[in-house]
Design a binder for this molecule. Structure first.
Ligand code: NAD
Length: 353
């Protein structure tokens, strides 16, 4: 029997919508057949790329040959487009942040349940190599039990000068990059969250945050610092991870970094005092070379399925979907908690989130 090919229409053909065309092209059993965008010029580009241009969302939804709607518009209209598409019997992939608040997501989930269609969110950074390396490091106890994690992305280019600067569109860096880093964090532990404290950055004078810093403590005592910055001319490492046996750093997207850990075959050697500024210190001397190992950052196993391979397998009933609505909902609740902690300037405790 011939395998079915699933036809996708990209709704929103800007930076990310057009990128989905590239992501889908190499995947078996799925192809982009058309595009709908509110801006005529974007439709011309879509036609030039060989896609059918629809003149309205209604026309997309009325077309029975369309199996999947991919929502890659600004964040404020994700909910409305997703629910309309589900009600029309389409499966839906929505860009992140799926919605601007967690209550809106529940309405989409309800619509998907009623329509018996698949709804998933493009949390693509679950497949990022740096994240997979840290996940592997935690799981294999490469540096012992991890008790503290710092995950950051920083740039000096400000917020892009579009809808991302506006509240009504779901702009701001917490919803933009924050949703990726927090989604990754929640996949690194099974523990619930106990407390959150946070600060939003408002250096650029936009009506939305231009970055943030969140300190998160889990019930199992794991602590995490998650930071996004758009005013950083020099950047801190992408990851800084502390375990009971060592420390790991991944500096950048090129995966430069290292692991320094205790050597299990050598008894600990007392460090010698060093000159530090105008004094001597043993406490802050580097660990003795004899009893430590310097290891490179090693590649982690690659997931068996890409985002789109998993999506097709889920459509075919062969796999469960990897990005689940309850996971995405938890991330949105955490984002809301971070906004609240920042606004109140308080540590929000005993959360069970
Ligand atoms: P963009 O501004 O480049 O593109 C958005 C497009 O949507 C524009 O062409 C606009 O004309 C169109 N549009 C606006 N309202 C519409 C509507 N009601 N119906 C149809 N089209 C409409 O923005 P972008 O950078 O492509 O971001 C789009 C979405 O993708 C956002 O949700 C963003 O957060 C997400 N995104 C995800 C990633 C990722 O790595 N997963 C990266 C970038 C952007």
């Amino acid at each position: 029997m011939d395998k079915k090919t699933y036809h996708v229409v990209l709704v929103g053909y800007g930076g990310m919508g057009s990128y989905h065309g590239q992501l889908i092209a190499p995947v078996d059993q799925i192809e982009v057949s058309g595009v709908y965008d509110v801006v005529p010029y974007r439709m011309e580009l879509a036609e030039a790329a060989g896609y059918k241009a629809y003149d309205s969302l209604d026309a997309v939804l009325a077309d029975e040959s369309v199996d999947v709607v991919l929502v890659a518009t600004p964040n404020d209209v994700h909910k409305e487009i997703s629910i309309r598409a589900l009600k029309a019997g389409k499966h839906v992939i929505c860009e992140k942040p799926v919605t601007i608040n967690s209550a809106d997501l529940l309405e989409i989930v309800e619509a998907a349940k009623e329509a018996d269609r698949i709804f998933t969110v493009h949390q693509n950074r679950r497949w990022d190599e740096d994240f997979l390396i840290v996940k592997h490091m935690v799981e294999t106890k490469q540096i012992g039990d991890v008790f503290h994690l710092e995950s950051r992305v920083q740039g000096a280019n400000g917020i892009p000068g579009d809808w991302r600067q506006l509240k009504a569109y779901g702009g701001g860096m917490l919803l933009d990059w924050g949703v990726h880093l927090l989604d990754q964090l929640l996949l690194l532990t099974d523990s619930r969250i106990d407390s959150v404290t946070a600060e939003l950055s408002g250096i650029l004078g936009t009506e939305v945050d231009d970055g943030f810093s969140a300190h998160i403590r889990f019930k199992d005592e794991l602590t995490a610092v998650i930071e996004v910055g758009t005013t950083n001319y020099l950047t801190l490492p992408r990851w800084y991870v502390k375990g009971t046996e060592g420390t790991a750093v991944i500096r950048d997207w090129e995966l430069n970094g290292e692991i320094v850990r205790s050597n299990p075959d050598v008894a600990r050697v007392e460090p010698k005092p060093i000159q530090a500024g105008q004094g001597l210190t043993k406490t802050m001397a580097p660990p003795s070379e004899e009893s430590t190992l310097h290891l490179p950052i090693e590649k982690a196993p690659v997931p068996a399925q890409s985002f789109y391979e998993n999506f097709v397998a889920a459509l075919e009933g062969k796999s469960s979907q990897l990005v689940k609505s309850d996971e995405v909902h938890r991330v949105l609740r955490l984002i809301e908690t971070i906004f609240e902690a920042a606004e109140k300037r308080e540590v929000l405790k005993n959360l069970d989130l």
